[in-house]
Design a protein around this ligand. Structure first.
Ligand SMILES: Cc1cc2nc3c(=O)[nH]c(=O)nc-3n(C[C@H](O)[C@H](O)[C@H](O)COP(=O)(O)O)c2cc1C
Length: 270
């Protein structure tokens, strides 16, 4: 049975936007027969990596810190798929998620260096070592899916630098608060959740997720102009400036919006 180990790095955990996508994705994997385990980084006892590298040399694969890392690394070594789910924080993952990534990488990666023909260096797999497919799930506040480019690039770098990890793709949900609002008001957007579930089924059943399905997960829910207006109206109400004049939205956003509609075609993100 395919083993999936998932982590959600949001401090909001079950109640957060990231979980709106992660939940159905994991459910789809379970439906397709996978054994899925989920941890919230906020509930883990996990100190930051101290960088003394004892886990690589003195006691290979074992950290001297008496917390959850050794137990989780054991689970990660046995996993076929590792899911890292995190809200976008300052264009990256949350601090607790980065902490987990540092700790697990130090414990799992073979410290030997290898050089590829293209001049790139990487950590090769040990003989007979299991490879793991890595999936990113992320949500963010802003409108455009390109906001995830830095974190996608980080996942690609992990794939290039560590032979045991293969980046299998990402479920990305921009303007995630609009998804929550639309679900609350029963507006048509359940296709996004269904696509997340389908991506989970595909990964287990077919060994990969289709670009078409992933594009639906990220699809535009509101035009840019409306995003700015509604977003600001909400923010003003929250900070007690209700009734103040709306900030003008430049006419150019309509052009960007149509370009956004063009961009909504399937994008390869592996
Ligand atoms: C400290 C902090 C930094 C953030 N940085 C970004 C960002 O760089 N880009 C963005 O679009 N949203 C950003 N956000 C918004 C979150 O990514 C967004 O609300 C996300 O959906 C929250 O997910 P959660 O409810 O699962 O925690 C940030 C939020 C916080 C609290």
């Amino acid at each position: 049975m395919l083993k999936v180990l998932a982590f959600n790095g949001s401090p909001k955990m079950e109640a957060g936007n990231t979980q709106m996508i992660l939940g159905p994705f994991l459910e789809g994997m379970r439906e397709a027969g996978a054994d899925v385990e989920l941890y919230y980084t906020a509930r883990l006892n996990l100190g930051p990596c101290q960088g003394e590298l004892g886990c690589m040399f003195r006691t290979p694969g074992v950290c001297f810190q008496d917390d959850d890392a050794n137990r989780l690394a054991e689970k990660a070594r046995a996993a076929d798929v590792i899911v890292l789910a995190s809200p976008l924080y300052v264009s990256g993952v949350t601090g607790t998620m980065k902490n987990l990534m540092d700790r697990l990488t130090a414990l799992m990666v073979n410290p030997i260096f290898a050089a590829g023909g293209d001049g790139r260096t990487y950590h090769p797999a040990r003989a007979g070592e299991k490879r793991h497919r890595l999936v990113l799930v992320s949500s963010c506040a802003m409108w455009e899916v390109e906001k995830f480019d830095p974190v996608i690039e980080q996942m690609r770098a992990i794939d290039r630098d560590t032979e045991i990890i293969e980046f299998a793709g990402a479920l990305l949900r921009p303007h995630a608060d609009f998804l929550r609002g639309m679900l609350d008001f029963r507006m048509p957007c359940r296709d996004v959740l269904e696509a997340a579930r389908e991506a989970g089924r595909q990964l287990v059943r077919d060994g990969g997720m289709s670009d078409r399905t992933l594009t639906i997960v990220s699809r535009r829910l509101v035009p840019l102009r409306l995003f700015v207006r509604i977003g600001n109206a909400y923010t003003r109400r929250k900070i007690g400036h209700a009734g103040k004049r709306e900030q003008a939205v430049p006419a150019a956003v309509d052009a960007v919006d149509s370009a956004g509609a063009l961009r909504a075609r399937p994008r390869r993100i592996r």
